[in-house]
Design a binder for this molecule. Structure first.
Ligand code: ATP
Ligand code: MG
Length: 558
């Protein structure tokens, strides 16, 4: 297993593991990350991945990747491959790769053992009757009339279920525990059901499939897992986890420990709901950069280190809480601030003509790739008579404190000259379409020999040399902080979550941008090449703005 650094600081789970090692209960640690291959992983899964792999790493133990593939209706090979790729991208390598479906024979034998010891029975009530007999939180359930079938009869029926003699739903195998148990999960839970569904690994071999609560604990035990970390909703299932292991005589007894799910404001972390967003066309797919799937945020330009850092900072607790989106953004912003190459890109171009600059002249200016890290070197950028600057960097009736361009005001062009706006050109609608400026040849490189200071420095590109690009700017996908809690989260989709800027002008080197390299467009934000980009139609995704804009209503949308 590899990860650049250990992502998880001390937490209550680490304390439990440390105590188990100190007391000699365990001599080594073995965890697992057990996704169901029924969709792509999301940011919530990243928390579980960092925790499971991080604990194993911290204690020099092992972590398995196990596909919990016992529900063939919704599972697909595509999802398995995507999950493997996402785990690796996050920086982790599993010690063993397993599939719960590899244990189908084992699990069947454990079920037979439970029947033999009188701890499981075949029930022939309908699904609806089973629900009725189950009782409620306030009222105990009642025993099924089939509960006292003999061991022989149960063994015979269970074998015939396996051999495909019965229709789907005709019988189920249930644990024989207690129909009056206060914990509803202990009221004779179903262990197996008949289901004629093709399984992506075992094909048509099985027509009975084990239930999650039966499969999960036994899979953990078969693999020698020491600490089975799961989210809080499984707390009420722990009694059953322990019951199955004890009654089935499993090889070892892993300890289930629950922690709080990660919920992120303004997003959804449920595969079912993410499926719906895709199926209904609200997003372009699992890797839409607005999705908080791992593949979505990767395409958006998030780095693995920033996600690990985020998981470290949010910590591991037993209390559910919703994390602000700004917390995730700050992690990527910090990482990119340190590593991203600086370039100049104009998102809303406004033409500038330097009237006193010779028509056919051009100059190479030296620009730093990362002013705080000179080791990243310099590059040359071409200065010419006609440039583009950001439309926002000009204002016609500018207030006193506006330190950018306006008629009669002087600014510094980054790495180039001081320029002063002398005149504006407007179209018939009265919109400013061009600025006429003059430059001071004495200010080459950005300072004036007479000590004259200007307050504003703006970015620019040479009109002749710039490359055209489309830039996709993203805002939050939902307008509601907790869309998953509302009656209809689709209603809370943000209609302006994607803003496409078609006529951006970028430094020419970006024509050869590397898909795995993040760039800071100076003064604008962090960007990465999109996977749909090609040499004659460049597309960049804005990963994040330079500063936190979540505090402002509606965020920044340019
Ligand atoms: P979903 O509800 O999105 O389908 P799930 O819990 O059913 O999620 P699994 O594939 O079963 O998804 O999850 C694999 C592991 O990831 C489990 O151990 C689960 O507890 C953990 N996990 C899933 N969602 C989160 C989350 N939001 N925060 C932390 N861990 C999570
Ligand atoms: Mg699940």
């Amino acid at each position: 297993m590899t990860a650049e650094d250990n992502p998880i600081p001390s937490n209550f789970i680490q304390t439990i593991i440390q105590n188990d090692l100190d007391s000699g209960k365990h001599t080594t640690v073995h965890t697992r990350f057990p996704p169901e291959p029924n969709g792509y992983l999301h940011i919530g899964h990243a928390k579980s991945i960092c925790l499971n792999f991080g604990m194993a790493r911290r204690f020099n133990g092992k972590c398995n990747l196990r596909f919990d593939d016992t529900n063939p209706d919704k599972e697909e090979v595509e999802y398995m491959h995507a999950i493997e790729a996402d785990v690796k991208w996050l920086g982790y390598e599993w010690d063993e790769l397993h599939f719960a479906s590899d244990y189908f024979n084992h699990l069947y034998m454990y079920a037979v053992k439970l029947i033999t010891t009188g701890k499981a029975y075949v029930d022939s009530l309908s699904a609806e009757e089973i629900r009725e007999y189950r009782g409620t939180l306030k009222a105990p359930g009642k025993d099924s009339p089939y509960r006292n079938r003999s061991v022989e009869e149960n063994l015979g029926l269970f074998q015939r279920m396996k051999e495909g003699e019965f229709d789907d739903g005709a019988h189920v195998l249930r644990a024989k525990i207690n129909m009056a148990a206060p914990n509803m999960n202990m009221r004779d839970p179903t262990l197996y059901r008949i289901k004629r569904t093709h399984h992506h690994r075992t094909g048509a071999e099985w027509v009975i499939y084990p239930m999650y609560d039966f499969t999960h604990c036994l899979s953990d035990s078969i693999e020698g897992i020491t600490h089975s970390l799961c989210t809080l909703e499984f707390e009420d299932h722990r009694a059953l986890y322990d019951w199955v292991l004890d009654e089935a005589g499993a090889p070892c007894h892993p300890q289930q420990i629950e922690f709080a799910r990660l919920e992120l404001e303004y997003t959804i972390t449920s595969k079912r709901k993410l499926h719906q967003l895709i199926d209904e066309g609200h997003v372009s797919g699992w890797d839409d950069p607005r999705m908080t799937t791992i593949s979505g945020i990767r395409r958006r330009g998030y780095t693995p280190a920033s996600i690990r850092d985020f998981c470290e900072r949010i910590g591991v607790t037993k209390k559910d809480s919703s994390i602000e989106m700004a917390a995730l953004e700050n992690c990527v912003r910090e990482d990119l601030n340190e590593h991203a190459l600086r370039v100049m890109g104009v998102l809303h171009p406004l033409k500038v003509t330097i009237e006193n600059y010779p028509d056919d002249q051009s100059e190479e200016m030296q620009a730093q790739n990362h002013p705080q890290n000179p080791a990243l070197g310099t590059r040359s950028i071409t200065f010419t008579k006609t440039l583009y600057i950001e439309r926002d960097d000009f204002m016609e009736d500018a207030p006193k404190k506006f330190f950018r361009l306006s008629v009669g005001r002087e600014v510094r062009l980054r790495y180039a000259y001081y320029i002063t706006c002398t005149e504006v050109v407007k179209n018939e609608q009265g919109e400013v379409i061009e600025l006429i400026c003059s430059y001071d040849p004495e200010t080459r490189g950005g300072s004036s020999p007479d000590g004259r200071k200007v307050k504003g420095t703006i970015h620019w590109v040479s009109a002749e040399h710039a490359v055209d690009a489309q830039v996709n700017a993203y805002d939050r996908l939902f307008t509601h902080p907790n869309p998953g809690s509302t009656d209809n989260y689709i209603e809370h989709l943000n209609p302006d979550s994607l803003i496409v800027l078609k006529n951006c002008k970028l430094e020419p080197a970006l024509a050869n941008a590397d898909a795995n390299t993040s760039y800071q467009f100076e003064r604008t934000g962090y960007f990465v090449l999109d996977k749909d980009s090609c040499s004659d139609a460049l597309i960049f995704n804005r990963t994040v703005t330079l500063r936190d804009t979540w505090g402002k209503i509606g965020g920044r949308s340019d």
